[in-house]
Design a protein around this ligand. Structure first.
Ligand SMILES: [Fe+2]
Length: 198
């Protein structure tokens, strides 16, 4: 695990899911794959003129399930991500990550980036912590996270998890040869939070 405060707070965790967890996640992902739609169907980020910043296909899982427990992807990713002692321990030394403890809502999307597909640079200003997992990516290349204002690349790699503030400008570089399967969780505040002192 790599926790860094520069050039902005971010965490990289490799081999995030166990083999069993990843198998269950990919089973559901592949089942849903034929239902994937364009960015208008999963609420993709838009340009000022209303065109979409990505040509990847995907699904917003919160639109698919009324009961999150039915979904292995939602259950496993949330169970693993929102482990309280983990965040309490990290937040002691890295203040930004209190954002996870102070957030009270999350949304989850799954996406497929076929060769040539990307996600142009944008900010998700409503997102405190953006969690991006690459579930499957062979050796084709591309599909990396790039933070243009900091000239920082984080390579896409199967079973790698990257967390960063949604308001840092980010993009996904064009996938080169083989599909990239991704899972993204947007962690934010749906209600006004008062913090610990009020
Ligand atoms: Fe984004």
């Amino acid at each position: 695990m790599n926790i860094s405060d520069t050039p902005f707070p971010h965490i990289i965790i490799d081999d995030y899911f166990s083999d069993e967890e990843l198998e269950l996640i990919m089973r559901e992902f592949n089942f849903l794959l034929p239902k994937f739609g364009d960015p208008s169907s999963y609420g993709g980020a838009e340009n000022d003129d209303g065109t979409y910043l990505s040509d990847s296909t995907g699904l917003s899982l919160d639109d698919v399930y009324n009961n999150r427990n039915v979904s292995d992807i939602l259950s496993i990713s949330s169970k693993r991500l929102f482990t309280l002692p983990f965040w309490e321990s990290i937040a002691k030394d890295h203040e930004f990550w209190e954002q996870v403890l102070r957030s009270d809502s999350d949304h989850t999307k799954i996406r497929k980036y076929a060769p040539g597909e990307d996600y142009l640079s944008h900010q998700d200003c409503w997102v405190n912590v953006l969690v991006s997992w690459t579930l499957q990516e062979d050796t084709g290349g591309g599909g990396d996270l790039y933070f243009e204002q900091h000239d920082l690349y984080i390579k896409s790699k199967t079973n790698r998890c990257v967390m960063f503030p949604g308001w840092v400008k980010h993009m996904v570089t064009p996938v080169v040869e083989t599909d990239r399967f991704a899972l993204t969780k947007f962690v934010h505040c749906a209600t006004k939070m008062t913090g610990t002192g009020d």
